[in-house]
Design a protein around this ligand. Sequence first.
Ligand code: DP6
Length: 327
Amino acid sequence: MKATARASANIALAKYWGKRGCPGNYPAVPSLSVTLTQLTTQTTVEFIDRLPRDEFVLNNVLRSDRARDRVGHLLDEVRARMLRPLYARVTSTNTFPTASGLASSASGFAALSAAATKAAELSWSNERISDLARRASASAARSIYGGYVLLRAGPEFGTKDELSATPVFSATHLPLVVFVCVVTDREKEIGSTAAMLRTQEMSPYYHSWIEHAERTCRQIQAAIEQRDLEHLAELVESNTLAMHASALSVGILYATEVSARIVEVVRRLRACGTMAFFTMDAGPHVKVFVRPEDATKVCLELERVEGVLRVTKAAISDVSIRWESDL
Ligand code: DP6
């Protein structure tokens, strides 16, 4: 009753920001992401006889905080389907630094969902594993798949329906290179869950954000389908700025002056004919997308920006989940 799985991190081009009112962690808006190469979480789950409670070791540190509770809740859903429910020992390692500017919850809960269902000997489909991951952290539903991945909004009213992500295009359909520009090593002050809840409760712009997100997500999918990079760039930036504006209206300012400087560089590059566009998540780091042929030049420009600590390069991966036998 032991299994190991690895899952890749993802970056949303159309953001998930806001939840439906019903329980079950259903997103209020559709989102679309790319799954990244190299940046992964590897997780081993072992269900053990007579273990008095779940154990969670993350990057060699035994956790007894909210992180352990979130893991425990996901395991409870798996245990509910086991003939002989047992507690588990979970060991998880990120192959990218925690302060790398990438959320590890997406790859973390995707790897946990895959490893836990396999260790429990449940032969679940990817759809069902994606649904399980979504309940723990909605962006994790997308990390079950490679390439460009869509997660639809949840149903408006209370439901127990399955909602899983769907792969929509392969990485080769529109190959892009992503630079993650890390601007601080400090932990963020307010995490994505708390920030999106505050936005939906208090922002005067929340309803406009929902409308904007639905429309831009649809348009982003169409621009990818048509390989229309210029339109894609405008839409992705508009989507991320609207998300950040809704958070800003409730006092949450993730961008710093270094983030603003990177945005300026991206705009200058685009004005001078190099296709580059940015997006930002619940933190000050900026992710920059470029064509593979422009990668070297753009990387040099980004590394030169005052205040940028590191620039990590990734590409879009067609595979996310890897099992122990493939590692
Ligand atoms: C800004 O998936 O971390 O990265 O479902 O509450 O765990 P929970 O939220 P989470 O939110 C991710 C928000 C985002 C945008 C995105 O990845 O779509």
